[in-house]
Design a protein around this ligand. Sequence first.
Ligand SMILES: O=C(O)[C@H](O)C(=O)CO
Ligand SMILES: [Mg+2]
Length: 258
Amino acid sequence: MPKFAANLTMMFNEVPFLDRFEAAAKAGFKAVEYLWPYDYPAEELKAKLEKYGLKQVLFNTAAGDVSNGEWGVSAIPNREADSHRDIDLALEYALTLGCENVHVMAAVVPEGEDREVYKQTFIKNVQYAADKFKPHGIKVLLEALSPEVKPNYLLKSQFDTLEIVEAVNRDNVFVQLDYFHAQNVDGNLSRLTDKLNGKFAYIQIASVPDRHEPDEGEINYEYIFNKLDEIGYDGYVGCEYKPRAETILGLGWFEKYK
Ligand SMILES: O=C(O)[C@H](O)C(=O)CO
Ligand SMILES: [Mg+2]
């Protein structure tokens, strides 16, 4: 049976971020993910995790200058210093929070820029992250994002991500398989899961097309969860969805997995 993590960036928005740890624990979650921890001292977040008996299972490297269209810097040429600074900071937070997975964000490739240069830049920076994280048992996760969510992001298809994972050639680098993006871009989720088996170490879920709870839309998540059990997937499943209404009202799907 999958192990679920509440995404505190997208869920429980009824309360301020620091109160979402309690809300997630009260709702029955034992693990949490969120996009970025950097607005808070790591020790403050660690105290929340300990108080509510939660495991931190994922967060991202910094997004960069979002107001200027950035969504990750580790694939941007001539920004290696920023990338390594973000990776080092992520390592500090991961060690304090006891988090074993860090999603190293790539970058948006502006129109007219050479995607190949961005790709080669990303490979080198991911190797840096992998080598820094390895001694601490921390995995590097790489994720493709659908153009609907993030136009011109370097990684679009799950196979773009797999190509980078294989080129990086480190044993602690894996695909972060977000079925919402995978359905929007690649489809054929059952066969995709088989093809990526052994190459992914983290899953995220949301309905398609509306990115809500996994009990609606075109993905049969009950079937997917059974498939993950069949292949022996023992990682986490992040609930990276926008609740239709108040979060707790949409958690009926979760009852049987608590
Ligand atoms: O948006 C997503 O699906 C990613 O998981 C993320 O955290 C930032 O793009
Ligand atoms: Mg995701």
